[in-house]
Design a protein around this ligand. Structure first.
Ligand SMILES: [Mg+2]
Length: 273
């Protein structure tokens, strides 16, 4: 389809739907790079836990299996990945720690990295664009200018999402519409989408979703919306991550983009078809 910009990969052609009326964004890896590298960190920690639990599996195979189950659960609360880790430990015949403990260990290490980036932005005057998926701001400006409601839905604790979104100067585009687990609230991307459909009266097919995770991609696809896979490699270099791309296509992505360099012509096209 030549009508799409060069950086947009069209996985399946889109049927006419009279444009889109609301947009849901995932946060980490989709708009924010503040937690970039979290997957490598989680993989290393899980590798250590499974080795300590007695796994004899050769390293490349074990590593590959860990990456696969991490990816399967991306977009869901991080606790799900830790529960899966506990299951794996139990399967080895060892006694797992509580998933809570695994989660705390992971978050403690991640926090050190995140805080360094937060300090760079909020204290050292680093340009937040360095920690955003490139060219997000002109796209969000465009959507705001047309009064298209945008929702931010993350599997990361909401309190962290809000703080990081503020440092990234993304809050004005979402206002109160920032969702994530926390405060004892049950959270799922499905629930957020259903809220958009039922409370705002927007048909599923007129919801546009941007995400780099399987969960939001599947949920947008399920309601017949347009699922744009942001297959960012999280380096900020605008390169498509081949593993993410393949999984997101399998999850139902309609389009794949490396970042938002061509978001404006894309949004224009989507809003008129
Ligand atoms: Mg993500």
């Amino acid at each position: 389809m030549s009508e799409f910009p060069a950086s947009v990969e069209v996985v399946r052609s889109l049927r006419p739907r009279g444009g889109f009326r609301a947009v849901m964004f995932d946060f980490d890896g989709t708009l924010s790079l503040v937690r970039g590298g979290w997957m490598e960190l989680m993989t290393e920690q899980m590798l250590t836990v499974l080795r300590d639990a007695g796994s004899q599996e050769p390293e490349p195979m074990l590593r590959h299996r860990i990456v696969q189950f991490i990816l399967d659960l991306v977009g869901q609360p991080t606790m799900r990945q830790m529960e899966r880790l506990a299951d794996e430990v139990a399967r080895l015949g060892a006694t797992p720690q509580s998933p809570d403990v695994y989660l705390r260990n992971f978050l403690r290490e991640l926090k050190i990295r995140v805080e360094a980036r937060m300090t760079a932005m909020t204290v050292q005057g680093e340009d937040p664009e360095r920690f955003r998926v490139p060219h997000a701001i002109p796209m969000l400006d465009w959507l705001q200018g047309r009064q298209v409601p945008c929702v931010l839905a993350s599997g990361t604790e909401r309190i962290h999402v809000v703080r990081e979104a503020r440092a990234l100067q993304l809050v004005p585009f979402f206002g109160e519409r920032i969702y994530g687990p926390g405060d004892g609230h049950v959270f799922s991307k499905r629930a957020v989408i259903e809220q958009m459909m039922h409370e705002w009266g927007i048909p599923g097919e007129q919801i546009l979703g941007f995400g780099d995770g399987v969960s939001e991609t599947e949920e947008i696809h399920r309601v017949g919306g347009i699922a744009v896979a942001v297959a960012s490699d999280e380096s900020g270099g605008g390169i498509v991550d081949p593993i993410k791309r393949e999984r997101l296509i399998r999850a139902g992505a309609d389009l794949v983009i490396p970042d938002y360099r061509d978001a404006l012509p894309l949004l224009h096209w989507l809003s008129t078809h």
